[in-house]
Every structure is written in structure tokens, then in C-alpha cells.
Design a protein around this ligand. Structure first.
Ligand SMILES: NC(=O)c1ccc[n+]([C@@H]2O[C@H](COP(=O)([O-])OP(=O)(O)OC[C@H]3O[C@@H](n4cnc5c(N)ncnc54)[C@H](O)[C@@H]3O)[C@@H](O)[C@H]2O)c1
Length: 449
């Protein structure tokens, strides 16, 4: 099928590459000309395991093309995905200007036939009808109104950065929201190879991927409700971890004990430094605001955000308990990204920690397998990003493991301890083995244990 994906970020690029991989004819549009130029050479502007391989295969098979010309994309695609960013505004609502520009532009460039316009971006409830209105506005601005028909579908994305390609081929479910059976049928055709698990790993004889066909608003709500639930689950276990810290219980034992209850499940029960990334914060905040627009105050969600903000600073409290005054001390952060296997720094807990440590007068150094000094965005130029873990440890008064990159399991901690002023390690992910660290001279402090 002919597909156009507008926006080649973490979601759009993975979606476009995966749809091309399963046999569709994809044109990806981005208004960032530099990005398009890079993509045309087969290079991925983002770090996402497995993506370069399928991207290069799709380019070689001529099943994917990149352009900054939206007219070419809209003309090509019978299915048009909107996959642009919907970041938070200062007041916590979603910034819909990119979706707005794209929807209007689609209307301005539609020429003939039937099109399905898909909201893949995470958008506030009601955006499906709003996108329809904007496309009609765009159509209305054409000098001669073309003979076009279109439907809007909400098809929220649930991929996790770091395993985005795997998730696209092995989704837990596909959600399709629309009142048009014609549009839903086309979307089902599009996803058939994935639904029937032709690209699953391992290619097990699993039942087909469940497809939830629903109305637009419910599909939009499913995305927000899912992310909010996961954020609440993490905040909950972090809150319990803080109580464990005080009463002498071990959160890992507690999480094991409650996670074995099938009603609860063991996932998202790892206590640590709190959630981050481009989605949880903005989506929880957008849901809080949507509810407020309709006269309802979401108390659990507000508490979840508050607990998370506090949780990010638990490591600073622990440093203060051990080192007392942080002014003039050097703290090294192991990991900067909000989770391993991504280069995404959006709303990363490390940024909150850096901010607070700098405020308290500490000098902050960091090492991350993927983020270099140039990767630190404005305002964080006060962090010295080292090129290897030993240089990070050299002269530090304490280390904080912020991101659970697999590489951090096997560092030469003995040598690192020798290079430090005080061999202290705060493991903000409960990731490392305490006896191993203690055996090489570290004072090891975890979260809730
Ligand atoms: N990143 C995730 O893990 C994830 C997961 C699920 C859902 N989502 C949602 O998917 C959406 C996209 O997220 P992302 O992380 O991929 O964003 P992103 O910021 O990485 O990418 C957005 C892309 O859209 C492009 N763009 C902006 N305006 C454009 C325009 N007018 N025309 C063409 N291209 C334009 C940008 O240049 C950029 O390349 C968001 O709504 C997000 O909430 C993200």
C-alpha cells in the first residue's frame, strides 16, 4: 500500500521504516531539510537499535523515500500518518501547532481520491474531529475544490524507545479509532503482516495481535490512560521504596512479592530515580488538563507527578546524608539518557539532578555511552561530559548511577574506586551488585533497600 508518514522522529521514522520493511511503499516527509538529507544517505538521525539495518534494506529495495516536500508525500499516500511532536507547553497542555500545521497542509495538498488520515501523534481527546476540521479548512483554501474524500483514524503509538523496532513488529495490541468502516478496513490491511505475526521475533505460532477497533475519542483516551497508568505504577513503587528506606525493608523483595500477584504483574515495579522521557510527563500533564477542561480534578495523576519530582531528588538527599555539604564537591553521573538504548534526553531525570547539584554548588561530571558534550542541550553546559568511565571517576567525591545501561554492569569499578576522592556510589536504579561494589571498596547505596 502507498503510505506517507509526516514527521520522521522516534515514532515517524520507526513507523515508516517498519511499514516499508513489511512491504509497503513509503514516503516520509519532514520539514527539517538537514534530517531529510541525512536520511536519504541511509543514516538514522536517532539512536535506535535495529533501525539502521531495516532503514538501509528499505532504501536499497526502494520501498522508502524521504522528502521535505509535503505535496509529494500527500500525493503519494493513500494512508497519511501524522507523526509530528506534541510537546508540553509551559502550562502543561499539549503544543498542537505541529499537528495543526500538518493537518491544514494535508488539506491544501489533497488532490483526488480517498485518503485515510491517521493521528499517530499522541493528541488530546477530540483531536480527531479537530484534524478533520483543519483538513477541510485546507481543502477550502484550494482555488478549485478537488474531488476528495477522507476519514480520520486515531492509531496511537505504544512503542518504547530503545526497543522501538521490536515493539513495532511485536505490539501488545493495535488500537484503531474511527467511525468509518472503510478507513478501519484499510488500516487492518496495512497492518495485516504485523497482526498475523509474519514479522514477530521469534516467529512463534502466537495468536494474532489483538486489534481494538473503537471510536476516535476512546482511542485517544486509551493512549493517555495507558501512559498515565504506567507512570502511576512507577510512582507507586517509588513511594513504597521511600517507606522501605525508612523501615529497613528491601524494595526488591517487596516488588518481587507483590509482582507475583497476577493482578499486579512484575513490570514497572523497579524502584529508582523516577520516570522521564518525552512521553510520560507530557501525557500525564495533558490528561490532567483535559480533565480540568471538563471540570474534573485528577487527584491520583497530580500526586503521581509530585511523587516523581520528589523522587528525582532522592539521590541528592542521599548524597547530602553521606557527604553533608555538597558545595565544592565533584559528583559523577553514570548515564544521562532517560533510559538505556536511546539518545533521548527529553525530560531525563539526570537533568533534574544536574540542576539541583549545580544549585547546591557541586561540580557535575557525567559519562554516557551515547551522549557527548555536544549532546547536552542549552542550560546544561556546566556539565563536563567525560569520554570514559575512568575519567569520570577521577577526582569524584561520589558517583550516581542514573541510567541502567548494560555496559555499566561490567565497568572496572576497582580502578574507578581508586581514582575517586571518596568511593561512594548511589545506585539510583538498584542495578549493580552491592557485594561486588563493596568488595572493591565502594560505599554502596541503593533506593529503598
Ligand atoms: N518517542 C516516543 O517514544 C513516543 C511513543 C509513543 C508516542 N509518541 C508520540 O508520537 C509523536 C511524535 O513523537 P516523536 O518522539 O517521534 O517526536 P520527534 O520530536 O522525535 O519527531 C517529530 C518530527 O516531526 C517533524 N516535524 C515537525 N513539524 C513538521 C511539519 N510541519 N512537517 C513535517 N515534519 C514536521 C520534526 O522535524 C521531527 O523530525 C508525539 O505526539 C509523541 O507523544 C512518542
Amino acid at each position: 500500500m502507498k503510505v506517507c508518514v509526516i514527521g520522521t522522529g522516534y515514532v515517524g521514522l520507526v513507523t515508516g521504516a517498519c511499514l516499508a520493511h513489511i512491504g509497503h511503499d513509503v514516503v516520509c516527509v519532514d520539514n527539517n531539510a538537514e534530517k531529510v538529507k541525512l536520511l536519504k544517505t541511509g543514516q538514522s538521525p536517532i539512536y535506535e537499535p535495529g533501525l539502521p539495518e531495516i532503514l538501509q534494506q528499505a532504501i536499497a529495495a526502494q520501498r522508502i523515500h524521504f522528502t521535505d516536500d509535503i505535496d509529494a508525500g500527500v500525493h503519494h499516500g493513500e494512508i497519511l500518518f501524522i507523526a509530528v511532536g506534541t510537546p508540553s507547553l509551559a502550562d502543561g497542555r499539549s503544543d498542537m501547532r505541529y499537528v495543526e500545521a500538518v493537518a491544514r497542509s494535508i488539506g491544501e495538498h489533497l488532490r483526488e481520491g480517498y485518503r485515510v488520515i491517521v493521528n499517530k501523534s499522541t493528541v488530546p481527546i477530540g483531536s480527531g474531529d479537530w484534524v478533520r476540521m483543519l483538513v477541510l479548512d485546507g481543502l477550502g483554501s484550494q482555488t478549485e475544490r478537488p474531488q476528495v474524500e477522507f476519514d480520520v483514524v486515531s492509531n496511537p503509538e505504544f512503542l518504547r524507545e530503545g526497543v522501538a523496532v521490536y515493539d513495532t513488529f511485536n505490539p501488545d495490541r493495535i488500537v484503531l479509532g474511527s467511525s468509518s468502516s472503510r478507513a478501519i478496513a484499510l488500516m487492518q490491511d496495512l497492518y495485516t503482516p504485523i497482526i498475523t505475526r509474519q514479522f514477530s521475533t521469534p516467529p512463534a505460532a502466537l495468536p494474532p495481535v489483538p486489534v481494538v477497533v473503537t471510536d476516535l475519542s476512546s482511542a485517544e483516551m486509551i493512549k493517555y490512560a495507558a501512559n498515565a497508568f504506567l507512570a502511576v505504577k512507577i510512582s507507586y513503587i517509588n513511594e513504597i521504596a521511600n517507606v522501605c528506606d525508612r523501615v529497613g525493608a528491601d524494595i526488591r523483595e517487596v516488588a518481587l512479592g507483590i509482582g507475583l500477584d497476577s493482578r499486579i504483574g512484575s513490570k514497572f515495579l523497579q524502584a529508582g530515580i523516577g520516570w522521564g522521557g518525552s512521553c510520560f510527563g507530557k501525557d500525564v500533564s495533558a490528561l490532567i488538563h483535559t480533565a480540568e477542561d471538563y471540570g474534573y480534578s485528577t487527584e491520583i495523576l497530580k500526586a503521581c507527578v509530585q511523587v516523581n519530582q520528589t523522587q528525582r531528588l532522592v539521590v541528592v538527599e542521599k548524597l547530602q546524608q553521606i557527604l553533608k555539604v555538597l558545595k565544592g564537591k565533584t559528583i559523577g553521573l553514570l548515564g544521562l539518557t532517560f533510559k538505556p538504548d536511546t539518545d533521548d534526553m527529553r525530560d531525563a531525570p539526570a537533568l533534574t539532578v544536574i540542576d539541583q547539584l549545580s544549585r547546591l554548588g557541586a561540580r557535575v561530571k557525567a559519562f554516557d555511552p551515547i551522549v557527548s558534550q555536544s549532546g547536552m542541550r542549552d542550560g546544561f553546559s556546566n556539565v563536563l561530559v567525560e569520554t570514559d568511565p575512568k575519567r569520570l571517576a577521577d577526582g569524584c567525591d561520589a558517583l550516581v548511577l542514573v541510567t541502567d545501561w548494560k555496559q555499566f554492569l561490567t565497568l572496572d569499578y576497582g580502578e574507578m574506586a581508586r581514582l575517586m576522592n571518596h568511593p561512594i556510589l548511589i545506585d539510583a536504579r538498584n542495578f549493580l551488585d552491592r557485594p561486588t561494589l563493596e568488595a572493591v571498596g565502594f560505599k554502596y547505596v541503593g533506593i529503598g533497600r
